[in-house]
Design a protein around this ligand. Structure first.
Ligand SMILES: Cc1cc2nc3c(=O)[nH]c(=O)nc-3n(C[C@H](O)[C@H](O)[C@H](O)COP(=O)(O)O)c2cc1C
Length: 212
């Protein structure tokens, strides 16, 4: 295994919001191949419960984009102004790219919604972790597999505030939980860099909480 290549992929798979090529279609075969790879992630249980709803229909993406935009401007942006930020000096760039995505959401060639069978209506940590843990590793593998092929994506969740409307639009059954929405497009330029993060060692606890 080429460790350098693997580490590069893992450290530079960014949330691509601005550098999405909105004109270039993403081939169905590429999506299918990446989904096959993604389903190799840990899924739990003997019969996997994952589903991926792939949306390419322009009218459906437009409707999803409208719902996403509504949540973004009416709920997310006002809320963001009230929270403490890890890197406040980066806020204007963050908003710049995030605003760009929201305005072009419907133009992104493919929307992929990773879904899981079942609902998490119980607050138990065990139940929640068991349901989401069966789909989120696969969704991240999907993003890595896409990125390795020059295709960008971004983890988004805002549409979930209108999960029911999107379920109706896409005829997703009631017992299915939508977990995210990945806008997917070839990216332009490839000089992605590791992100600035709070160092892992500051958030790592050896043998007991707070012990470095
Ligand atoms: C749980 C979760 C939900 C997110 N939801 C959204 C979203 O709805 N819209 C969006 O633009 N970005 C969303 N993001 C992406 C973050 O804004 C993103 O991580 C941030 O831009 C940092 O990018 P980076 O990972 O490339 O450093 C989400 C990320 C996570 C982990």
């Amino acid at each position: 295994m080429q460790l350098e290549t693997v580490d590069h992929l893992l450290t530079t798979t960014r949330s691509v919001k601005r550098r999405l090529d909105l004109q270039r279609p993403v081939e169905r075969e590429v999506i299918e191949k990446c989904l096959e790879i993604a389903t190799q992630a840990p899924v739990g249980g003997y019969i996997p419960k994952y589903h991926f709803v792939v949306v390419t229909d322009a009218d459906k993406k437009k409707r999803i984009g409208d719902l996403y935009r509504k949540v973004y401007y009416e709920i997310y942006l006002p809320h963001r102004k009230t929270i403490e930020l890890s890197f406040p000096e980066r806020e204007s760039r963050f908003l710049d790219v995030t605003n760009h995505l929201v305005e072009h959401f419907h133009e992104v060639p493919v929307h992929i919604i990773p879904c899981i069978e079942g609902r998490v209506d119980e607050p138990s940590t065990f139940k929640q972790a068991s349901v989401y843990g069966q789909i989120l590793p696969a969704a991240w593998s999907l993003m890595l597999a896409l990125r390795a092929r020059g295709v960008g994506s971004c983890w988004t969740t805002l549409h979930l505030m209108h999960e029911g409307e999107v379920a109706e639009l896409l005829e997703i059954p009631d017992n299915i939980t939508q977990t995210a929405l990945l806008p997917v497009a070839y990216f332009t330029g490839s000089d992605f860099k590791p992100a600035r993060r709070i160092p892992a060692r500051e958030r790592t606890h050896w043998d007991m909480w707070g012990s470095r």
